[in-house]
Design a protein. Structure first.
Length: 339
């Protein structure tokens, strides 16, 4: 879950309004510091190498533990939070006691003055690859939201219902997932995306992308302009975040020694491969009625990986031409191979 949805904003408001306790002389647990610190280091080491201006993205995180919550990387924390003496990678830590069940909190990112990842504690004193991957996915949303015109341009898609000023349409859009003809068309979209992704050489890749774009055109003709805009936005926002997550976990496994993770290399590799296999499975047997919004997560992840294979400047264009990966694919194959 991500974005500045009404649900996320309400959740955050409730969290920050139920802080009756003064904090004791405690701080974020060693395990929480370890996992969040690793996630931030991975984003810095690899994410900032690949993605233009990622260093400018917020890292602010509201970390929920059983008895307290910590806001990390925010200078002016809300009332009820107390600054701790120790920082995390030069990020200030503010802590508050709070009574609620963190197991019910899913990770998401709010959009506001400072895009904030809200995530439960990893509850692990060891590196927890899955949790780190989830934080990296959410951090990519912070990167997306760092675009100066992100909110205005997202609202200009015209997908909000009357009275929705908080972006609830991002997760609550009434897409016709059960429509039979739309499912049949999306099945071809999924299969052509997977075929392009698995192409053996550049010629097969480009032909695969051409077939995929034609399948997308057929799908969009059935979906209509409004639902097409939502589907493209979701693939752009959530799918690319999934691709980023997989890539960062793979890079961490390949460079485990850099982070002192020699004994954890297999965990990061296994987690990345599991995420990749799950994405490919959703494309191989594409089913909107079954997977709903997750089908577009898988689609966008595959499209992002295909763009990476096409070896273009798509990551720059991702920022300048937002909310559609199809356009980037079309631009990529319109150029001579290798450019």
């Amino acid at each position: 879950m991500s974005s500045y949805t009404r649900r996320a904003a309400l959740t955050l408001a409730l969290m920050l309004s139920s802080l009756p306790f003064k904090v004791d002389a405690q701080t974020v647990s060693a395990g929480d510091r370890l996992n969040l610190g690793l996630a931030m280091k991975i984003a810095t080491e690899f994410g900032e190498q690949d993605w233009p201006q990622m260093a400018q993205a917020s890292r602010t995180t509201l970390l929920i533990a059983p008895d307290e919550q910590a806001i990390i990387c925010l200078d002016d924390a809300p009332e009820g939070f107390e600054r701790q003496s120790d920082d995390l990678l030069d990020c200030p830590i503010h802590l508050a006691k709070t009574p609620h069940n963190p197991y019910r909190i899913r990770a998401f990112t709010t959009f506001g003055r400072t895009p904030t990842v809200i995530i439960g504690s990893p509850y692990s004193a060891e590196p927890f690859a899955l949790w780190i991957g989830i934080w990296l996915h959410e951090h990519f949303h912070q990167y997306q939201m760092s675009r100066p015109d992100y909110r205005v341009e997202a609202e200009s898609l015209g997908l909000a219902e009357p009275g929705d000023s908080a972006g609830a349409w991002m997760t609550d859009y009434d897409f016709p997932f059960a429509d039979k003809s739309l499912n049949e068309a999306f099945d071809k979209v999924g299969r052509t995306a997977l075929s392009a992704l698995k192409a053996a050489d550049n010629d097969a890749l480009r032909k695969g992308v051409e077939a995929h774009i034609q399948a997308l055109n057929d799908f969009e003709a059935i979906a209509g302009p409004r639902s097409t805009r939502w589907a493209a936005f979701t693939a752009w926002q959530e799918g690319t975040a999934d691709a980023f997550q997989i890539h960062m976990l793979m890079k961490t496994a390949e460079n485990a020694q850099t982070f002192g993770l020699d004994g954890q290399k297999s965990n990061f590799l296994r987690t990345a491969k599991r995420q990749q296999a799950q994405m490919e499975s959703r494309l191989r047997s594409a089913d909107l009625a079954r997977d709903k919004v997750l089908a577009f997560y898988a689609l966008g992840a595959a499209q992002s990986q295909i763009l990476e294979r096409l070896n273009t400047d798509w990551k720059t264009r991702y920022r300048t031409e937002p909310f559609t990966l199809k356009l980037l694919l079309e631009q990529a194959i319109s150029r001579p191979s290798g450019q």
